[in-house]
Ligand binder design. Structure first.
Ligand code: MG
Length: 386
């Protein structure tokens, strides 16, 4: 394998840090070209000193001087602001762009990377939820390959390998069920933020961990799967699998089901996106089936987790509705993390925004940005009334 040069957008977040761990294990095969972070200047500086990228971007302009002063002796170029990320991702010297920033804010830089024809290791699922049709169309126009990093979608992608052209009968998207899987609705309604942030299997950032507790994360992933694999919502089945050993499955017309398995460890999916189609060694925990003994599966509870139903509905309606759902959810999760609303009010805010939405059937990119802005304003109004 020829050495691959990687840009990590969001390098100080959970996925970004795990990506650097993958690179650390294969310094002969991967090279860091660009690191970007929103706010965490100290960690960004130490990552840059260790991996010696060509450039770094700190999005928060107030922290530019701190980062520039620290890295100047190392001959690493330092830039500030979101626009710099968009300007740099298209650089000649970059082969793969890992999009591991959080939420809708990742859309413009992802589009810039797609337009430059880069291979995208996609971890920012909100990009496809908000603008899946536009992003996939641009990717095919600019021959940008999109490789999934979300563990479920990496699994599906791997289950599809060697079956080119075969019809997918069903995608079985596995869900851990989150921390409230076995709780009753009354207790979930009163859950504290700390309880919602305590995910049983995966260690992730706070936004996605709350999304896992509401199961909106699975809702976002249904929409992500539709765009990545061209599968309609009625062929995407969610199955709760608390052990998170099977990362997802594909069922074919003959009833044969292919599953991809492993202990929950995001580095597996990140590394496969970096090394595809090759497989490399990884210092992780291997499966011992005799020790596992059994695996369990349950149907999801749409009553306890209304976000799932909202996501199927948004996908069925199409247009800008999935963008509306995503924006409302981002605003509501932020408010929940600040203790401003209760747990079930997250999905109440999403539902209310979806019901009162200005629907656009065929949004272009400008309409998507406008929808996101308008929905954030609307969601914040609803939140302040609560
Ligand atoms: Mg996932």
């Amino acid at each position: 394998m020829q050495k691959r040069r990687i840009a990590i957008l969001g390098s100080t977040g959970s996925i970004g840090r795990q990506a650097l761990d993958v690179i650390r294990q294969h310094m002969d095969l991967f090279e860091v070209e660009l690191l970007t972070a929103n706010n965490s200047s100290e960690l960004l500086i130490s990552q840059a000193k260790e991996f010696n990228p060509n450039s770094v971007v700190i999005c928060n302009e107030e922290k530019y001087k701190e980062v520039a002063d620290a890295l100047q002796p190392h001959y690493i170029k330092v830039f500030a602001g979101m626009q710099s990320v968009c300007d740099l991702v298209g650089s000649e010297s970059i082969d793969i762009v890992l999009t591991s920033m959080v939420g809708f804010s990742g859309l413009s830089s992802t589009i810039a990377a797609v337009k430059a024809g880069k291979t995208i290791a996609l971890a920012n699922k909100e990009t496809l939820v908000a603008a899946g049709e536009i992003v996939m169309k641009l990717a095919s126009e600019h021959r940008a390959r999109i490789l999934p990093v979300d563990s479920e979608h990496s699994a599906i992608f791997q289950c599809l390998m060697g079956s080119a052209g075969a019809d997918i009968e069903k995608i079985h998207l596995t869900a851990s069920g989150g921390p409230f899987r076995t709780w009753n609705k009354e207790d979930i309604a009163k859950a504290t933020r700390a309880q919602a942030l305590n995910h049983p299997n995966w260690s992730m950032g706070s936004k996605i961990t709350i999304d896992s507790a509401t199961m909106m994360n699975k809702g976002l992933e249904i929409i992500e799967a539709k765009w990545l694999f061209g599968t309609e919502g009625d062929k995407i089945n969610v199955v709760v699998h608390p052990e998170s050993i099977i990362h997802s499955m594909v069922e074919y017309a003959d009833g044969s089901v292919i599953a991809q398995m492993g202990h929950p460890d995001m580095r597996e999916a990140i590394q496969f996106a970096f090394s595809f189609p090759e497989r490399l060694t990884l210092d992780n925990r291997k499966l011992d089936f005799a020790q596992l003994g059994s695996l369990s599966f349950f149907a999801p509870d749409f009553e306890k987790f209304p976000a799932l139903g909202l996501a199927y509905e948004a996908l069925r309606i199409g247009g800008n509705m999935t963008c509306i759902m995503n924006a409302a959810n981002e605003a509501a999760v932020a408010a929940y993390l600040q203790d401003r609303i209760g747990f079930y009010q997250i999905t109440d805010v999403v539902r209310e925004c979806m019901q009162g939405a200005d629907f656009v059937a065929e949004p272009d990119l400008d309409a998507i940005f406008a929808t996101n802005e308008e929905t954030l304003i609307k969601a914040r109004e609803i939140i302040s009334r609560i």
